[in-house]
Design a protein around this ligand. Structure first.
Ligand code: NAD
Ligand code: I22
Ligand code: ZN
Length: 414
């Protein structure tokens, strides 16, 4: 064997007429998720000191891609921070919402990287924004010169508890939700809840849907926290305005992230396709794209969780009482339990088929077992889905009769 080549003579085989080689290598991944409220307060040194390989020093320069809405609310203090620390920043505001989560936006980020003449190893790009912005920038960074480091600073609740902590990047393509993407961790994500101050309540609810997902599959305690404090921490936008709100907000966010990372960490590249964090993400990609821009990501996830809660009830995996608790919590968190897309003939069937293609030929559908536990099933039928939709409609009408006028005609038999 030639030394240092990286494969051994033992891997050299004769297959048919010529030689053949098998190359195997492991790549370690290491990234940090650091809570740092008021990250851009001039005396906060997290951003300067925490990036182990690429600390930020006076005289350095950085490219920042920022969600244009975040720029209008927070741009001044961000500029002041870098100015104060002698870092020369080029700030590129980018529109970033689900309607522009597309290839063109990736291309804009790549243009900005080219114009900046980015040093591909030593100048991590900073991505400041919601899940759409960090997914776009992460995708562009993973493509640029085959991979350049980036740092995430999520500014929405979805970003803080979900999009900002895993390693998936991507954009939509045609009707396909996140159809293009890569696995590319940010070197570090900073979680700064002060950004949530300017986020409207609908988007706080949107993030609470992903937290509720973690509670339903993993933790009855987290569910109980949402039951007891969800409404108040939502109204407070997780700003910890009183001691009690601070305690509850801290517990809810850190538990949701901890559970998420426990699930993601052993399976970062999704070699195992039975993923509990896919709960709420079986039908929702199709529902979200079908209704775009009506439903936010978390709202579509909630509709999926509402149907699958009904499904679990039909199967005897959840009691009617437990389902009622789920629907009540969702409603107090400002989340929808119904959308007329559920009544569109064959939408759920098509959604399931597409998900089966995504999950290597099987449903691998995470379903709740009571509250806080789950299992995976592969045998959901179209008839069962129709029954679940009917049951959901009836349960929601019984629980919230005042909302009955929000339901369109039910044509699930068509
Ligand atoms: N990569 C992942 O693992 C992962 C996980 C979950 C979700 N996602 C993706 O995240 C996306 C949803 O992200 P999102 O919910 O953050 O939505 P978003 O990024 O669209 O942000 C929501 C809206 O709020 C604005 N905004 C952002 N921060 C703000 C702030 N602090 N103050 C005021 N306005 C602000 C944005 O401009 C946008 O209009 C979806 O596309 C979803 O697929 C990705
Ligand atoms: O994978 C994560 C986070 O990294 C999940 O929390 C999150 O819900 C994902 O968006 C869903 O699993 C959907 O994934 P995909 O369909 O985009 O592959
Ligand atoms: Zn999601």
């Amino acid at each position: 064997m030639r030394s240092g080549v990286g494969f051994s003579q033992g891997l050299r085989r004769k297959l048919g007429d010529g030689p053949a080689w098998t190359v195997e290598a492991l790549r370690q991944v290491r990234y940090q998720v650091i809570q740092s409220d008021n990250l851009f307060s001039p005396d906060n040194r997290h951003l300067l000191d925490s990036s182990e390989d690429t600390p930020l020093r006076s005289g350095d320069r950085r490219l920042i891609i920022i969600d244009s809405n975040v720029d209008s609310h927070h741009g001044d203090r961000i500029r002041h921070y870098f100015d104060h620390h002698g870092v020369a920043v080029t700030i590129v505001p980018l529109r970033a919402d689900e309607l522009v989560k597309e290839w063109d936006s990736v291309s804009r980020v790549v243009d900005a990287m080219n114009e900046f003449t980015l040093d591909r190893r030593r100048e991590p790009v900073l991505a400041i924004g919601g899940g759409v912005l960090t997914d776009i920038v992460g995708f562009a960074a993973s493509l640029y010169r085959r991979g350049t480091p980036y740092v995430r600073i999520p500014t929405t609740l979805v970003g803080l508890v979900d999009a900002g902590v895993g390693i998936k990047t991507g954009v939509n393509y045609g009707a396909g939700k996140n159809r293009l993407g890569t696995y590319a961790p940010a070197t570090v994500t900073f979680l700064d809840r002060s950004f949530l101050r300017t986020l409207d309540l609908r988007h706080i609810s949107n993030g609470l849907a992903e937290i509720l997902k973690m509670a339903l599959i993993r933790s009855e305690d987290l569910f109980a926290l949402l039951e007891s404090h969800g409404t108040a921490v939502r109204a407070d936008r997780f700003q910890g305005s009183t001691g009690e709100l601070a305690g509850a907000g801290d517990a809810i966010i850190s538990e949701a992230i901890h559970l998420m990372l426990e699930e993601l960490h052993p399976n970062l590249w999704e070699s195992v396709l039975e993923r509990s964090v896919d709960y709420g993400h079986t039908f929702s990609p199709t529902i979200e794209m079908h209704t775009l821009p009506e439903l936010l990501h978390g709202e579509a996830v909630m509709i999926d969780m509402a149907v699958t809660t009904a499904l679990a009830t039909l199967r005897g995996d959840m009691s009617e009482k437990q389902a009622e608790r789920v629907y009540t919590v969702a409603s107090t968190l400002g989340l929808p339990l119904w959308n007329d897309a559920l009544a569109v003939p064959s939408l759920l069937k098509d959604a399931l088929q597409d998900t089966v293609r995504h999950r290597d030929g099987q449903q691998r559908l995470p379903l709740p077992l009571g509250i806080g536990r789950h299992h995976f099933v592969n045998d959901v039928t179209e008839t069962e889905l129709r029954e679940a939709v009917r049951l959901l409609r009836r349960q929601v009408q019984d629980l919230f009769p005042a909302h009955a006028d929000r339901f369109g005609p039910l044509q699930v038999d068509a």
